[in-house]
Write a protein that binds this ligand. Structure first.
Ligand code: F6P
Length: 554
């Protein structure tokens, strides 16, 4: 019996939204410089810490009233009740009739959570125990390839949540990895991706993890079959069991592929793909860094879960991050959000957040199917500082759009090279200051006066050298990038995404928007590789297909 979908009042009709709208009419004229000048307590007032993370949201165009009104809206939209329903295992993914329980994946052993009569925590820890045992055997050299040699290379084949999470985390925790094992990731259906990896590894010492929740995803299945054929060129079917393991919810499909179910690490339909790095999808992480550090990652996330679940909204970090982002999107008209990790090992974090936020909240109808009445998820993008500074920060400082930025940095480095970390942090803090303050025309004039330029030359330069400032940012700090702090950071953004989904009343846990392209790609693939000429498309698509057929002589 499908769950009843309660129609929420339209967002713009809620009392607190209306109050925010009239507040915003004023706030749009505020200058961050003036807000800081007027209140020396702004930094302590608009910062919070949790689970080893510190959030400075004082460089947003908000004051205490804005925050109070935003939290009123969160309450009016039922954020607390929805949060409790998620943690309790209610089937809040209404279009797929599923619970949303990635938080259960990081519950400590012995915690109590029963869903549909099933002890979820016991199930989770049974799989974790198998991951521990398996990763220790592979890392310790006890798991041997078919020719008796230990494994040297792990190749994770997956896409979307079955790739982005493990890849981002493995890179972020690079300094915790064991050098003897190299981890590779193949995701793209583009054969250049797997070709490059297969060219670097030895089949006798390579372990493939086929990671797919559904085990039907076209890209992953093609890559998995390519890997299998490549392996079988120098081994027998009987050897597959030493070199192929699967991470999936689909036992029948992994059997059909030829993987021994004993080599399958299961998870459950209540784990969304983009929320799955904590499940057996994280097997490549456990292999790369060891099960102990993988457990720390889970513990860091659990600490953030507990904070999100119990802290008052006024100091609740995911809620505050969500609400300031919502303010920028709804009331200041910011269409994108840029993520700037000032840590090279977080270079895949922006890509990870793209799936997390945009696949979750890139929706245009509410849970009951009505059209939303405000914009929803901003476009999320980004790149590591300081590289980003020398590429696109020009536009962020002086372009015509205002782009909020999340700066993410660690107070201490994990290397001990002199000079680098102070230079990195100096750049991070300087950028958030520059975005906030800008540089006025008078300040530009004062800089230029007394030099070699004439008054006319100075005036000609002034508009070019002026910075409007007043550009919002958050700064997230942690002591060091560790499995614990990384776990907390990922969970922070998961819960931020959840809160914003509740505000917009969208289903943050389905992704129907990826289906149309999949179906069309299947049709076009048969036209590209088969005899019939394309007919059913528009003239552009037909023309492109014919060009490709001509080039490939098909
Ligand atoms: O097509 C989108 C998607 O369903 C993502 O949500 C998911 O993370 C990805 O494909 C991979 O899915 P699977 O793990 O089932 O192969």
């Amino acid at each position: 019996m499908p769950p009843t979908i309660m129609r929420q009042p339209a967002l713009t009709a809620t009392a607190s939204y209306l109050a925010l709208e009239s507040h915003a009419a004023d706030a749009r004229h505020w200058q961050l410089r003036a807000l800081f000048a007027a209140d020396p307590q702004r930094f302590p007032a608009l910062t919070t810490d949790a689970a080893g993370l510190f959030l400075d949201y004082s460089k947003n165009r908000v004051d205490a009233t804005t925050i109070a009104l935003l939290l009123e809206l969160a309450r009016e939209r039922g954020v607390e009740a929805r949060r409790d329903a998620m943690f309790a295992g209610d089937k809040i993914n209404l279009t797929e009739h599923r619970a949303v329980l990635h938080t259960a994946l990081r519950l400590p052993r012995g915690a109590a959570l029963t869903v549909d009569g099933q002890d979820v925590v016991a199930d989770v820890h049974a799989v974790l125990d198998r991951m521990k045992e398996f990763s220790e055997r592979v890392r310790g050299g006890a798991w041997l390839g078919h020719s008796g040699k230990p494994i040297t290379d792990i190749v994770n084949i997956g896409i979307g949540g079955s790739d982005l999470g493990p890849k981002m985390v493995t890179l972020a925790l690079r300094s915790y990895a064991r050098p003897r094992l190299t981890t590779h990731f193949v995701s793209n259906v583009d054969g250049h991706d797997i070709d490059a990896v297969l060219g670097r590894v030895d089949p006798a010492t390579t372990l493939f993890i086929i990671a797919s929740k559904t085990f039907v995803t076209a890209e992953t299945m093609l890559n998995a079959h390519t890997a299998r054929s490549w392996f079988l060129a120098s081994a027998t079917e009987a050897d597959l069991a030493r070199h192929f393991v699967a991470v999936s919810t689909n036992t029948a499909a992994i059997k059909a592929f030829g993987i021994d179910p004993a080599n399958m690490f299961p998870f459950w339909d209540w784990v969304g793909g983009r929320y799955s790095v904590w499940s057996s999808i994280g097997l490549s992480v456990a292999l790369a860094v060891g099960f102990g550090y993988f457990s720390d990652l889970l513990a860091g996330a659990h600490a953030m879960d507990e904070h999100f679940r119990t802290a008052p909204l006024e100091t609740n970090m995911p809620v505050l991050l969500a609400m300031t982002g919502f303010w920028n999107r709804q009331f200041l008209g910011c269409a994108t959000l840029s993520i700037a990790p000032y840590h090279q090992d977080l270079s895949r974090f922006p890509a990870y957040l793209q799936q997390l936020e945009m696949e979750s909240n890139g929706k245009r109808v509410t849970q009951s199917g009505a059209a939303v009445d405000t914009p929803t998820c901003p476009v999320v993008w980004g790149e590591c500082g300081t590289n980003a500074q020398h590429a696109y920060f020009q536009l962020l400082h002086q372009g015509t759009d205002v782009t909020p930025i999340d700066f993410i940095a660690t107070l201490r480095a994990t290397h001990d090279l002199p000079g680098h970390h102070a230079a990195l942090l100096a750049n991070c803090f300087a950028q958030s200051e520059a975005f906030m303050k800008g540089k006025t025309a008078d300040e530009v004039r004062a800089d230029l006066q007394g030099g070699a330029l004439t008054a006319a030359e100075i005036e000609a330069l002034v508009p070019h050298k002026t910075f409007p400032g007043n550009r919002p940012s958050n700064t997230i700090l942690m002591d060091q990038l560790t499995p614990l702090s990384l776990g907390a950071l990922i969970a922070l953004y998961e819960h931020k995404t959840f809160v914003q989904g509740v505000l917009w009343d969208v289903n943050s846990f389905d992704q129907w928007g990826v289906e149309l392209g999949k179906v069309l790609a299947q049709q076009i693939q048969s036209e590209l590789t088969g005899a019939p000429a394309p007919q059913r498309h528009d003239s552009s698509t037909n023309g492109l297909i014919l060009m490709a057929k001509a080039a490939q002589h098909i």
